[in-house]
Write a protein that binds this ligand. Structure first.
Ligand code: GAL
Length: 427
C-alpha cells in the first residue's frame, strides 16, 4: 500500500477558513459521548457526476437515520487536489471530520501509520463485510491485522474516451490499440480536422495521463514493479514512455489550471475533441449530462493497456477522535451496504466494491467495466492513491509540473528516479 498534494499554499488558506467555520469540524457542542446528533463527511465530490452519486447515498442514509444531521464537507477539486491538503491541516490540528474519503492502498496507509484512524474490524465482524469485499481489496486497507476503512467502489483509471463523430471526420475507423497508433491518430485529427486531438485539464489530469502511458508502454508487470523495491525508473522503456508522454501532450489543448477534469472530458461529448484519457467517473458525468453512450461518446482501454484494469477504490474512514463517532459508524454502515453502493455507483460511474451488488443496475459503460473487472490483470493507480504514498505523489506532481513548462524528458526522468528512490525507501 501507499500516496500526494499540490497547490499547498492556496489550499492552506482554504483550510484556515474552513477551520474557522461552524460545521467544519469545530462543533464542540456535540462532542459529547457517542455523538450521534450529526455526521460531518469529508470528500471532494462536489462536481458533475461525483456530487450526484454522493447525494444518492446521503438520501438513503437520511431515510435510515432521520435523527442524524448530515453535514456534507466536500471540498471542490478533482482527485482531491484541494481536499487532501485541507484534510491534512485538519488532521494536524486534531480537528478531524467524522469520516473522510481516502483511497485504498498507499494513501490510506499514510493515515494509518500516522495513527489518525481507528480500526474498523468491529464493523467488518458485525456486518460480515469480509464475505462481501474482494480479498485483494481488503488487503489494501489492512495494516497489521486491522482493517481501516470501508471501500465504496472500484474505479478504473485507464480509459480512453473518444468522440465517434470526430474520429469519423478524421477518417479513423477504430480507437487506437497501441501507443504508436494513438500518436498516429492524434496527428491525423490535427491534420484533418479543426478539433482538439486530446483534451486536457488542470495539471493533475496530466499526472493521470502519465500513469496510463507508463502502463501502456511498459506492460502490467513492469508498471507494477515501478512501485516496489528494485524499481528501475531509469530504464530505456521508461525513457520511451516519457518521450511518448511528451509527444501526446504536444497534441493537447493548452493546459488550463482553472479547468478541471469535467470540462476536459466534456470537450469529447460536445464533439470538440477527439480523445480524453480519464477515469470512469467521466461515465457518471456523461450520464448526468444526458449524453448517449456509443453515439455522443465511446470508450476503449487506454492505448496499450487492453486486458489490464488500472484500479483505485474510494473508501471511508473512522478518524480517531471523530466528534460524532456513533454517527460516523452509521455512515460507514451506509457506505458498506448493498443499497448504499447500488445507489451510489451507477451515478458515480464506478462498479461496486461489494461482490453481491445488483448487476442489472450497471448498464452501458458500467456493464462493460464489470466484465473487464472479472477478466483483467490488475495494476494500481499511482495518481489515485494505490501505489505511491502522499509524499511520493507530491514529488511526481512537482516533476510533471516542471515538465509541462520545460518539456525536458531527461530532467523529468531524473526527477522520477529521485522520487522513486525516496518513495520506496520511505515505505
Ligand atoms: C479520484 C476519486 C474519484 C473521483 C476522481 C475525480 O481520485 O477516487 O472518486 O472523484 O478523483 O475527482
Amino acid at each position: 500500500m501507499r500516496l500526494k498534494r499540490r497547490g499547498a499554499a492556496s489550499v492552506a488558506l482554504l483550510a484556515v477558513v474552513c477551520l474557522a467555520l461552524a460545521g467544519c469540524g469545530g462543533d464542540k457542542k456535540a462532542t459529547t459521548a457517542g455523538g450521534a446528533s450529526k455526521v460531518e463527511v469529508f470528500s471532494w465530490w462536489t462536481g458533475g457526476g461525483e456530487a450526484k452519486g454522493l447525494e444518492a447515498m446521503i438520501a438513503d442514509f437520511k431515510k435510515k437515520n432521520a435523527q442524524i444531521e448530515f453535514v456534507n464537507a466536500a471540498v471542490a477539486g478533482g482527485s482531491g487536489t484541494n481536499a487532501k491538503a485541507v484534510l491534512a491541516s485538519r488532521l494536524q490540528a486534531s480537528q478531524p471530520p467524522d469520516s473522510f474519503q481516502g483511497h485504498a492502498g498507499a494513501e490510506l496507509l499514510d493515515y494509518i501509520k500516522a495513527g489518525q484512524l481507528e480500526s474498523v474490524n468491529f464493523l467488518y465482524d458485525e456486518q460480515k463485510l469480509r464475505d462481501v469485499f474482494p480479498q485483494q481489496l481488503v488487503d489494501q486497507i489492512t495494516f497489521e491485522g486491522q482493517i481501516y476503512s470501508v471501500p465504496v467502489n472500484i474505479h478504473r483509471s485507464n480509459i480512453l474516451w473518444y468522440s465517434p463523430a470526430v474520429l469519423k471526420e478524421a477518417g479513423i475507423s477504430k480507437p487506437p490499440a497501441t501507443i504508436e497508433e494513438f500518436i498516429a491518430d492524434l496527428k491525423t485529427v490535427k491534420d484533418k480536422t479543426n478539433k482538439i486531438p486530446i483534451s486536457l485539464g488542470a495539471q493533475w489530469t496530466a499526472d493521470h495521463l502519465l500513469e496510463s502511458v507508463l502502463l501502456g508502454r511498459l506492460g502490467v508487470d513492469a508498471y507494477n514493479a515501478l512501485w516496489k523495491s528494485g524499481a528501475d525508473w531509469s530504464s530505456p522503456k521508461v525513457t520511451q514512455a516519457l518521450q511518448d508522454f511528451a509527444t501526446i501532450l504536444s497534441y493537447a489543448n493548452a493546459e488550463a489550471a482553472s479547468t478541471d477534469w469535467q470540462l476536459a472530458a466534456k470537450n469529447v461529448v460536445d464533439g470538440k475533441a477527439a480523445f480524453n484519457v480519464m477515469g470512469d467517473w467521466a461515465a457518471g458525468y456523461f450520464k448526468e449530462l444526458g449524453k448517449t453512450p456509443k453515439t455522443d461518446f465511446d470508450w476503449a482501454a487506454a492505448p496499450g493497456t487492453d486486458g489490464v484494469y488500472m484500479w483505485l477504490s474510494d473508501s471511508f474512514t473512522l478518524p480517531k477522535n471523530a466528534p460524532h463517532r456513533d454517527a460516523a459508524v452509521a455512515w460507514l454502515k451506509e457506505a458498506a451496504s448493498k443499497e448504499g453502493q447500488d445507489l451510489f455507483n451507477p451515478q458515480k460511474g464506478s462498479i461496486p466494491a461489494r461482490t453481491d451488488a445488483d448487476t442489472s443496475l450497471y448498464k452501458d459503460y458500467l456493464a462493460w467495466a464489470l466484465e473487464q473487472w472479472k477478466n483483467s490483470k490488475l495494476a494500481g493507480s499511482m495518481w489515485h492513491g494505490v501505489t505511491a504514498n502522499n509524499a511520493w505523489h507530491t514529488d511526481i506532481d512537482t516533476a510533471v509540473g516542471l515538465f509541462l513548462k520545460n518539456k525536458n524528458t531527461a530532467k523529468l526522468q531524473k526527477a522520477l528516479v529521485d522520487a522513486a528512490t525516496k518513495g520506496i525507501s520511505a515505505s
